[in-house]
Ligand binder design. Structure first.
Ligand code: NAD
Length: 320
């Protein structure tokens, strides 16, 4: 039986991915961990333990004591927060990953999942339909750490046979969990403002196109990648992954179809420069070919789903 350890389970992705793992593999097969004990109340459906991934001894103890066979390592400091705390971001994003890879090698973990990001691309990467092997010159500490991390993953696979798999997620958008300091966070916040009857102030300019993905697609891709036969995983750095691509003006328009009076104003801040260095859209044809990835949600379908479920989820009053 698989025993799955999720590290950084309390965040935007972990909250939904951990639930999906418990649904798929059984609640006794999943251990959620996070260094914030306060997130434990989210995990009514599986075990929870406090774990700081920088503490390799504690990580080793959990792996040994619980008989862990798979690790999903999600803990990181994201792009916008990373620019405010560059050294801390580097320490966590690199140190945490190296602890996980070392423990995976030493304790013969069957599979490891570690997310990368479109932040590995930079101002001189191809902007449109950015290919898997595009030139990469990331200019945020987050992007630099993700690019280095991809190569560490490939190194541990080639050198030690650690079966580590990775996806370059675009901006993730869901309604069940809040984002944790990325440049694409606006595309989550905007739904909360629209549903709550408030005006939205956008920190990116109206025509800034970025690659995005509905959370259900991201979960689906992750489970599909991790279930794929080992020999079909041909990219051992990280796979390009695409869902949709849109600008703030377009997501505003898609929300106006449901809330005609919904207003937006634009006040770009330091995150504009980060967004400008990233691709407009991503070519994920290799993921489609290698393990038959196919997204389900476009902007219209995502907006319809979120406006249907968000009010009840956060107890918003739609008549406000
Ligand atoms: P998040 O910031 O919402 O969550 C990160 C979680 O890690 C938090 O619960 C935090 O408490 C925990 N954490 C922080 N430091 C820790 C430590 N030392 N030990 C243990 N836990 C710690 O991030 P997220 O959006 O859920 O992202 C998860 C992963 O996916 C990250 O690796 C991120 O780079 C990647 N990713 C996310 C997006 C996105 O749009 N959310 C896009 C691309 C890649």
């Amino acid at each position: 039986m698989s025993k799955i350890l999720v590290i950084g389970a309390g965040g935007q992705l972990g909250t939904e991915l951990t639930k999906a793992l418990a649904d798929k593999y059984g609640k006794s097969s999943v251990i959620a961990t996070d260094f914030q004990a306060s997130v434990s109340s989210k995990f009514v459906y599986c075990a929870f333990q406090t774990l700081n991934v920088m503490d390799k001894d504690s990580l080793t103890s959990i792996v040994k004591n619980e008989g862990v066979t798979q690790i999903y390592h999600l803990a990181a400091i994201l792009s916008a927060l990373g620019e405010k705390n560059p050294v801390q971001a580097w320490d966590l994003n690199m140190g945490g990953l190296l602890n996980v890879l070392e423990v995976a090698r030493d304790h013969k973990i069957e599979k490891v999942f570690w997310p990368s990001s479109i932040a590995v691309f930079g101002p001189n990467s191809d902007k449109d339909q950015t290919p898997q092997k595009a030139f990469k010159d990331p200019n945020t500490v987050y992007g630099i750490s993700k690019l280095a991390g991809e190569h560490w993953c490939e190194y541990y696979f080639n050198k030690f046979g650690v079966d580590v798999r990775s996806l370059r997620y675009p901006g993730l958008i869901g309604y069940k969990s809040l984002p944790g300091g990325g440049t694409t966070d606006y595309a989550v916040d905007i739904y909360h403002k629209a549903v709550n009857g408030q005006k939205f102030t956008c920190f990116l300019s109206k025509d800034t196109y970025l690659p995005m993905m509905y959370m259900d697609d991201a979960i689906h891709a992750t489970l599909q990648l991790m279930e794929a036969p080992k020999e079909s995983i041909k990219i051992r750095t990280s796979y390009n992954l695409a869902g949709m691509s849109f600008s703030p003006a377009e997501i505003h328009q898609s929300l106006q179809a449901h809330y005609p009076d919904f207003e937006i104003e634009y006040q770009p801040d330091f995150r504009q420069q980060i967004a400008d260095s990233w691709p407009n859209s991503i070519d994920d044809s290799i993921a489609k070919e290698d393990w038959q990835w196919q997204p389900q949600f476009d902007l219209k379908a995502m907006t319809a789903t979120i406006v249907k479920h968000l009010p009840a989820f956060f107890n918003y009053n739609q008549d406000k």
